[in-house]
Design a protein around this ligand. Structure first.
Ligand code: GLA
Length: 453
């Protein structure tokens, strides 16, 4: 079967011929499996990358700033358009049951954790906004190791799946939906599964550019023109190393939504004095000492209710944050200081000042640990070990937190040694196996090739 290797190079980079050859074999295997599953005929291959966030954690849903990088680990989706509105989905890995649904049906989410939600979300949004009568697909997902985005590791495996389905549905239906508009639809599609997340993961998956980070302002422009962003070149002499602690979390759990609720409570308290504050982003216009006294270190449900703030209604669609006490001051402090750090980090990266970028990333970790309280002993072990190794200028937890991965900035020539020593040190300290890999930033989601099987 002839694969278009130029198409693969455009996505995964041409720097390493071995990696490219491995991708070719992966695509060939997936195409064969597709033919076995759905029979001979036309097939289109779409990819959507996962991401690692360099800096800007838990700022996106506060209308703040983020700076992620796309991975060359992705979701590969093979699809054949259908005449009707049915989506059939299957997966090359075990543990994912086959699913069938209609894009036109009023669909309610499957139980939390069901992978069909990540296809039903975009189908529902696209049908509602670009339908009716969208065509469905026969789809086969390939997201397994070592090419897939590790799942539940804070590298946006679920967003990559959502984006892959959205890209495929938009393309087979000729919707002309791409770039920020597509990313925006994807982020709304993910609310469907119950996470009150921001827009970072979907935007980087759609807009990524090889060898670049994405600086993204998560506040939509007041005139409806969308979001401001720019691609920032990565320093060639430093490797972005990702180390997966092996500890899993799920965004749909209560932790994440609780943090969102704490931020929104902060906004409500501040807005009583400064009506211009609608999101924590707006706090950048006020000196922190002016803000701090308005935010209690902790406040409970009864006190909030007495002030007219109902925590059960603070998250849209009435998702209850499932706690009685809210730590407001330190959560807000993290977001406000993190926004400043992202702006400074972007400036440092553009000026080629890696030392400054490293200092900011390290400060971001301390803030995430102490003020946002999203670290774990395993993540702390990884960060401490990483910072003690030669060539490392920064190490911080990345993603939502409560497990998952760290991201480190390491001098290129030291990266191999760094990975080996980090794995050994982590095993000695925690008896756990870390997966460490160097991030080769890939291109954003889209159609990779169209062929027949
Ligand atoms: C998850 C969410 C993102 C973002 C990060 C934390 O990955 O999906 O929108 O909030 O957590 O920075």
């Amino acid at each position: 079967m002839a694969l278009d290797t130029n198409a693969l190079a455009r996505i995964y980079g041409s720097a390493d011929p071995q990696a490219l050859a491995a991708q070719e074999r992966r695509y060939a295997r997936a195409l064969e499996a597709f033919a076995r599953r759905y029979g001979p005929g036309e097939v289109r291959a779409y990819h959507a990358p996962g991401r690692v966030n360099l800096i800007g954690e838990h700022t996106d849903y506060n209308h703040g700033y983020v700076m992620p990088v796309a991975l060359d680990k992705d979701v590969l989706l093979l699809a054949r358009p259908r005449r009707d509105g049915v989506v059939r989905m299957d997966n090359l890995e075990g543990g994912f049951p086959q699913r069938t649904f209609s894009v036109a049906a009023e669909i309610s989410p499957q139980p939390v954790g069901d992978w069909a939600n990540y296809a039903q979300g975009p189908a529902e949004i696209l049908e509602r906004e670009h339908g009716p009568g969208l065509h469905g697909l026969d789809a086969l997902v390939d997201g397994g190791a070592p090419y897939g985005v590790p799942r539940g590791a804070g590298l946006s495996s679920s967003s990559a799946l959502t984006v892959a389905f959205a890209v495929a549905l938009a393309e087979v239906n000729d919707l002309g939906l791409a770039g920020p508009a597509l990313a925006d639809a994807c982020s709304r599609a993910e609310w469907y599964v119950g996470t009150r997340g921001g827009i970072m993961d979907q935007f980087i998956s759609v807009l990524a550019r090889q060898e670049h980070a994405l600086f993204l302002d998560c506040r939509p422009a007041a005139d409806g023109s969308g979001y401001a962003y720019r691609h920032v070149p990565l320093p060639a002499e430093y490797a972005i190393v990702v180390a997966d602690s092996g500890l899993r979390h799920t965004n749909t759990g209560p932790h994440y939504n609780r943090r969102v609720a704490e931020c929104r409570i902060g906004v409500r308290l501040l807005a009583a004095r400064y009506p211009g504050i609608t999101h924590l982003r707006d706090v950048e216009d006020h000196p922190w000492p002016e803000i701090e006294p308005l935010l209690p270190e902790a406040i409970d449900r009864e006190e909030l209710l007495a002030m007219g703030i109902d925590p059960a209604r603070i998250l849209d669609s009435g998702v209850d944050p499932q706690t009685d006490t809210f730590s407001v001051r330190r959560r807000c402090r993290h977001v406000v200081t993190e926004n400043r750090r992202v702006l400074d980090a972007c400036e440092a990266l553009e000026a080629g000042d890696v030392a400054r970028l490293g200092t900011l990333m390290n400060a971001a970790h301390e803030s995430a640990r102490d003020d946002y309280e999203i670290s774990t002993p395993e993540i702390e072990a990884l960060v401490r070990l990483a910072l003690g190794l030669p060539g490392a200028v920064a190490a911080r937890l990345t993603g939502a937190g409560w497990g998952g991965c760290i991201v480190a900035l390491v001098a290129q020539e030291a990266a191999g040694d760094f990975a080996a020593r980090l794995v050994a040190g982590y095993r000695a300290e925690t008896n756990r196996q870390a997966q460490v890999f160097v991030c080769h930033s890939a291109a954003g989601a889209g159609l990779v090739l169209q062929t027949r099987v």
